[in-house]
Design a protein around this ligand. Structure first.
Ligand code: NI
Length: 404
């Protein structure tokens, strides 16, 4: 039976008993650490887990930390994985409040300081209230921002050493009001692959184009042809992005360049579409090469796969979110985004669900008026949502590891 009103009891209780979490979050914000250098952050997480009696494992996937907590409400061998990311971005903060970054060139501009704090808050609460039947595995991962810390933890034996039936993630979402969540069934974030294309033509005097092979003309054809992947090759109901974002060639007005270099990104929500897009890119490049008699080299760097929530776990998360925040505050039909997220690797291994928690529109932000968007030098995590995130994690654990 779903409650209509938010679970204010739990949220209020958390707000009172965990007032210290704002300090934790702001301390993390002031001391950001980037990919695989989260030594201070990881040590702080590990010590707090140990302090509340959670079995703690350091150095999983280099700077990752795992906490294991067993419930006392039964003898179930079921286990749930909850994951938070700990890393900051290599960018300089422009905020001037007291907890602004103390390290030039490093900043918590994606709210991972808040994610880490909320999962710590859940660990602390659940360690005090072990009224669940099974095991909670708290996963604090490094290097979400582009360097695949989640994959590193998996390769280091995360799910072999700490087996779980399902794994769950959460990201704050600017623009979504405080007190609201979004839960997607299926794709929530896209794959992100980068490509570099080198066109090796033949340089010549610009007044004698017949003596050369112009890579700028070939590149222009290629940029246009690549747009046919989205418009002509992909099922109209599927989504794909192919963006050529770089095109470098030539130095002088009277010289036909001998080569051109193009680069860009490919994004998709489904594994099959991702593979078909890369195959089409390679096919078009070799076709254009044959047409113009040039050599075209293609180099694709695979980034994160699409983040795809499994149906049963998404339904569970939506139910829990409704219980915590109220029926009308949970969106199940919001558009996914073409950003990428390395929780995707965990969802390739286990069923699970990655949800968005509203970070508001910037009303918490005293340093700067207006929206407070991710990866912006004025971003700040909204401390008002700390108890909401903790309440969601706690309620999800109790639901997943319920013995009734
Ligand atoms: Ni992020």
């Amino acid at each position: 039976m779903l409650q209509v009103m938010p679970d204010m009891n739990l949220i209020d209780q958390l707000r009172e008993s965990q007032a210290h979490l704002v300090e934790v979050r702001r301390d993390l914000h002031a001391h950001p650490e980037t990919a695989f250098e989260e030594h201070r952050t990881a040590e702080m997480v590990a010590r707090r887990l140990e302090a509340c009696g959670v079995e703690t494992h350091r150095g999983v996937g280099r700077t990752g930390v795992v906490g294991v907590l067993r419930g006392t409400a039964g003898k179930s061998d079921r286990a749930i994985g909850l994951r938070a990311d700990m890393d900051a971005l290599p960018m300089t903060e422009r905020n001037t409040f007291a907890h602004a970054s103390r390290h030039i060139g490093k900043m918590h501009a994606c709210g991972h300081d808040g994610h880490t704090t909320m999962l710590l808050g859940a660990a602390e609460y659940l360690a005090q209230h072990r009224d669940f039947d099974g095991t909670v595995v708290f996963i604090f991962q490094p290097a979400e921002e582009g360097q695949g810390g989640g994959r590193e933890m998996i390769e280091d034996g995360l799910f072999a050493r700490f087996p779980v039936q399902a794994v769950f993630g959460l990201h704050n979402w600017p623009g979504l009001p405080v007190g609201q969540m979004a839960v997607h069934t299926g794709p929530v974030m896209a794959s992100a692959d980068e490509f570099d294309i080198t066109i090796i033509g033949k340089g010549a005097h610009a007044a004698m184009p017949n003596l050369g092979i112009d890579p700028v003309l070939v590149g222009s054809t290629l940029v246009q042809a690549l747009q046919s992947i989205a418009s002509r090759n992909t099922h109209p109901v599927d989504s794909v992005v192919v963006s050529v974002t770089k095109f470098h060639a030539g130095e002088a007005h009277n010289v036909i360049a001998d080569r051109a270099e193009l680069g860009g990104t490919m994004r998709a929500f489904r594994h099959e579409v991702r593979e078909a897009t890369e195959a089409a890119l390679r096919r078009i490049c070799s076709g254009v090469a044959a047409t113009y008699g040039v050599q075209i080299d293609v180099n694709v760097r695979h980034g994160y796969p699409p983040t795809v929530n499994s149906a049963a776990e998404a339904a569970l998360c939506a139910t829990v979110a409704q219980q915590v925040l109220g029926n009308n505050h949970v969106h199940t039909n919001m558009q996914p985004t073409m950003g990428a997220e390395d929780f995707a690797y965990m969802l390739l291994e286990k069923p699970g669900c990655y949800v968005w928690l509203g970070n508001g529109d910037g009303e918490h932000h005293h340093d700067q008026a207006g929206p407070c968007t991710l990866h912006n030098p004025h971003y700040d995590f909204n401390d008002h949502i700390l108890p909401l995130g903790v309440a969601y994690w706690v309620s999800l654990v109790k639901k997943f590891l319920s013995n009734s």
